[in-house]
Write a protein that binds this ligand. Structure first.
Ligand SMILES: C[S@@+](CC[C@H](N)C(=O)[O-])C[C@H]1O[C@@H](n2cnc3c(N)ncnc32)[C@H](O)[C@@H]1O
Length: 163
């Protein structure tokens, strides 16, 4: 498939996507540089994700978009989400682990691995070496990553739906 991966970050969701043509968009040049090192065969653009989507959406079979989510900050997580889980404006079609998903295909519920990124606090807790990257907040970029297994699961769900 031709896949558009918006808000690419360090490519957590994309890590286990094998055998696809992948185009990624990220607007932080240092994060993009690290992404390109990790995934040299992807087309990776320094671009605004909204603009890219508006102009090129019709070229792709599958589009993943993971914009920054304020609720991932520790404060908002504890107060806004954990203590008083807020309702999103548009009801998600699936809730898996710490993620909400809105999709136009079925995503059956699966229990997610609890040893999540939330428990990882130090850069050394992650098994990804970005020590050479110039990213300003490396810990945040690492904590932003979607669990690769979850990214693969969602893509697999979309493929089932296609047949
Ligand atoms: C939640 S993180 C994405 C995590 C990624 N999906 C992963 O699994 O590793 C969001 C990313 O979007 C980038 N970003 C924020 N606003 C953007 C925009 N308007 N256009 C492109 N990228 C943007 C941030 O720099 C950040 O790397």
């Amino acid at each position: 498939m031709n896949i558009l991966n918006l808000y690419a970050g360090l490519g957590g969701n994309r890590k286990l996507w094998e055998g696809h043509e992948i185009t990624s968009v990220e607007y932080d040049p240092h994060i993009l540089e690290a992404y390109r090192t990790l995934y040299p065969h992807d087309d990776a653009f320094l671009w605004d994700a909204h603009d890219y989507l508006r102009e090129k959406y019709y070229l792709f079979d599958f589009i993943w978009s993971s914009p920054p989510c304020q609720s991932h900050g520790q404060y908002r997580y504890n107060v806004g989400v954990r203590a008083k889980r807020y309702e999103p404006l548009i009801k998600p079609t699936a809730v898996l682990g710490r993620h909400y998903f809105w999709a136009n295909f079925d995503i059956p519920y699966v229990k997610c691995n609890k040893s999540s990124i939330r428990d990882k606090n130090k850069i050394s807790d992650f098994d990804l070496d970005i020590s050479g990257a110039k990213i300003k907040n490396k810990r945040q970029a690492l904590r932003n990553m979607v669990d690769p297994e979850l990214g693969k699961y969602i893509l697999d769900c979309s493929e089932v739906w296609n047949y």
